[in-house]
Design a protein around this ligand. Structure first.
Ligand code: PLP
Length: 381
């Protein structure tokens, strides 16, 4: 994109909106296909759409992914599963939807009513799903999560020993998948990756045969040994870099443009914003933008974030407040930073991961924090 091509001409902003969030569904689909192409021939690519598709809107992102070929979807919570089932009703009624938080996420009857598959995380969950199958009078599908070192969700090794001794505990359950989750996948040289894979292989060898799944977004880039039968990418679908410290192989999905409300000239020794944390060193021009921490523009970006306006990278100066941020636009021609102009807070020149780094967090948190006040535009939906 050419310098300066960031203005209102690109996106029609309703007069009442303070910011516009553009979500490029064609880019999500391109990312899905790119990941699927990377996988070993036997492996299929699922789509993780938990937390409302990482803040981007599962009701729109889910169907777009289904049209790109996704047949298996992962959510965290039961209600998310119900919402995704509804969103896929026309485009992919037979899609598999798995609930990572397991039977603890809600009543078994609700799983069945919406054809949601729990990811069972313990012997207790296996037992409760077995009882549900008895009530149903037929086998019920489930996935099994074995913990291989994350110590978060998944069946601990001691419980795996019990299950391996007594596989009848799975009677009545149609095992669709045996999965685990990597703790350090984005660190390609971390020894824990190979360790977890070895523990996972050993666990699968002791369990009834079922398709396997280990890789999240970054896990896909660890190579075919990590692909098994199903990959579970999330953040890479939404443009996050699954290979930190290397070029991002994914297409950007999100553009966030904030509207300038006011511009002003100040001179030293005046200060900017709450706490007077920024002091003008000399004459400068400021622009105040209608986005703040209530919109998910994290307060930790105070004096650290950067935006793009008029073909220039400009700094956030002063504190991020609830509804506003202030930019030093001295380097930008005044006509590009007048009230009403749009600045890129996330965009081609301000990648999500760069913003995350400035905020001291990860792209996942930037995306899932994106607020409800934005005017949302879905492109190529
Ligand atoms: C969130 C999650 C994923 C997706 O992870 P990304 O890093 O976003 O690709 C995959 N598997 C499990 C178990 C998860 O919780």
């Amino acid at each position: 994109m050419s310098a300066g091509d960031t203005g209102a001409a690109d996106t029609s902003l309703p007069a009442r909106a303070g910011a516009v969030l553009t979500i490029d569904l064609a880019a999500v689909q391109a990312n899905y296909r790119r990941l699927q192409e990377r996988l070993a021939p036997q492996a299929r690519c699922a789509a993780v759409v938990k937390a409302d598709a990482y803040g981007l809107g599962a009701a729109r992102v889910g169907p777009a992914l289904a049209r790109a070929g996704a047949e298996t979807f992962f959510v965290a919570q039961l209600d998310e599963g119900i919402a995704v089932r509804e969103a896929l009703r026309c485009v992919a009624p037979e899609a598999e939807i798995l609930v990572l938080n397991g039977t603890g996420a809600g009543p078994g009857a609700d799983f069945r009513a919406h054809r949601l598959i729990p990811v069972l995380n313990s012997l207790g969950e296996i037992e409760s799903w077995q009882s549900e199958a008895a009530r149903a009078g037929h086998r019920l599908a489930a996935a099994l999560h074995v913990d291989t070192g994350m110590n978060r969700l998944g069946m601990p090794q001691a419980e795996l020993d019990v299950l391996a001794e007594d596989p009848r505990r799975l009677d009545g359950i149609g095992l669709r998948l045996t999965m685990s989750h990597l703790a350090c996948a984005e660190l390609s040289r971390h020894p824990m990756n190979a360790e977890q894979r070895a523990i996972y292989d050993a666990a699968r060898g002791r369990l009834p045969a079922a398709p396997g799944s280990l890789a999240n977004s970054s896990g896909i880039f660890l190579g075919p040994a990590y692909h098994y039968d199903l990959a579970r990418p999330g953040v890479a679908l939404y443009g996050g870099n699954p290979t930190p410290n290397q070029r991002n192989p994914m297409q950007q999905v999100v553009r966030l443009q904030g509207k300038i409300l006011q511009a002003r000239e100040i001179d030293a020794p005046q200060t900017v914003g709450y706490g007077a944390t920024h002091r003008a060193a000399g004459p400068c021009r400021l622009a105040t933008v209608a986005v703040g921490y209530a919109d998910g523009y994290l307060r930790s970006l105070s004096n650290r974030g950067r935006a793009w306006v008029g073909g220039q990278s400009v700094p956030v100066v002063g504190r991020v407040s609830m509804d506003l941020i202030t930019l030093d636009v001295s380097a930008v021609p005044p006509e590009a930073s007048r009230p009403g102009a749009l600045v890129d807070l996330i965009g081609p020149e301000v990648p999500v991961d760069d913003l995350a780094e400035a905020a001291g967090t990860i792209g996942y948190e930037i995306l899932t924090a994106l607020g409800g006040r934005y005017h949302r535009v879905y492109r190529n939906g």
